[in-house]
Design a binder for this molecule. Structure first.
Ligand code: SAH
Length: 224
């Protein structure tokens, strides 16, 4: 999968893609992530990318020209499955959306900043608007990093143990059961006996029960 991210602040995102699973996914060729600085596409002599809003009011608006220039250029190079704008008024991201994105070839993601982007960008270029929750961030960069991480780890082959994504929370609309590792006892706090029993039928059953119980207690909405 190829992901092109359009931003005014690529440096905010670089760290999140340069370690751990995201780094490995790129090294192994499962994901190709390209950061494009929108400022490089400004034709203004001061490299200006924002302006005051029509009608007055606080906050700068990202202008359409440099954004359109990047999008138009990238669109001549390949066909994009989606052109996504990160936005607090978009569809709230969930695991089902991540699963859908994890099988596409080309994604473009636009990060807003300040008051956001000129509405005409959204009307004429954007195919999906995604929010990561009901709160406002300073920019779309952290939101885009969340989206990319959640999607890329689902690409088949990215996680070493293929089943490990399938048993995560929200797959099957269930939260994940509790997990333990050695030592079997710490400060008198014991690992549940069943996990040490070696009886894998019993262990599977215990995990299912725990997942269901946890979901009932913490996220009953998932079971509706
Ligand atoms: N004026 C806008 C907020 C702008 S915040 C409003 O009230 O709706 C600046 C940028 O941060 C946005 O353009 C968007 O790209 C990003 N952003 C902020 N909160 C976000 C969220 N919850 N999810 C996704 N992107 C968000």
């Amino acid at each position: 999968m190829r992901i092109d991210i359009l931003t005014l602040f690529p440096e905010i995102m670089e760290g999140s893609f340069s370690a751990s699973i995201m780094k490995r996914a790129q090294e192994k060729g499962y994901a190709e992530i390209h950061l494009h600085n929108i400022r490089d596409y400004s034709t203004n002599k001061h490299k200006k990318v924002d302006d005051y809003q029509y009608g007055g009011g606080a906050g700068m608006v990202m202008a359409i020209e440099p954004i359109a220039a990047v999008i138009e250029k990238l669109k001549t190079e390949r066909l994009y499955d989606e052109i996504i704008y990160m936005s607090p008024d978009g569809v709230v991201l969930d695991q089902a959306i991540c699963n859908q994105f994890s099988v596409v070839n080309n994604l473009m993601i636009l990060c807003g900043h300040y008051k956001g982007v000129d509405e005409r960008v959204r009307e004429h270029y954007i195919t999906k608007e995604i929010s990561i929750g009901s709160y406002v961030l300073s920019g779309g960069e952290l939101a885009a990093a969340v989206l990319v991480d959640a999607v890329v780890r689902l690409i088949p082959g990215v996680l070493n143990d293929e089943t490990s994504a399938l048993t995560d929370s929200f797959q099957d609309n269930l939260l994940s059961p509790p997990v333990y590792t050695r030592p079997p006892e710490f400060n008198g706090w014991k690992v549940p006996d069943v996990l040490l029993s070696g009886d894998f039928n019993k262990i599977d059953k215990w995990r299912e029960e725990q997942a269901l119980e946890r979901t009932k207690q913490r996220r009953p909405d998932l079971l509706e």
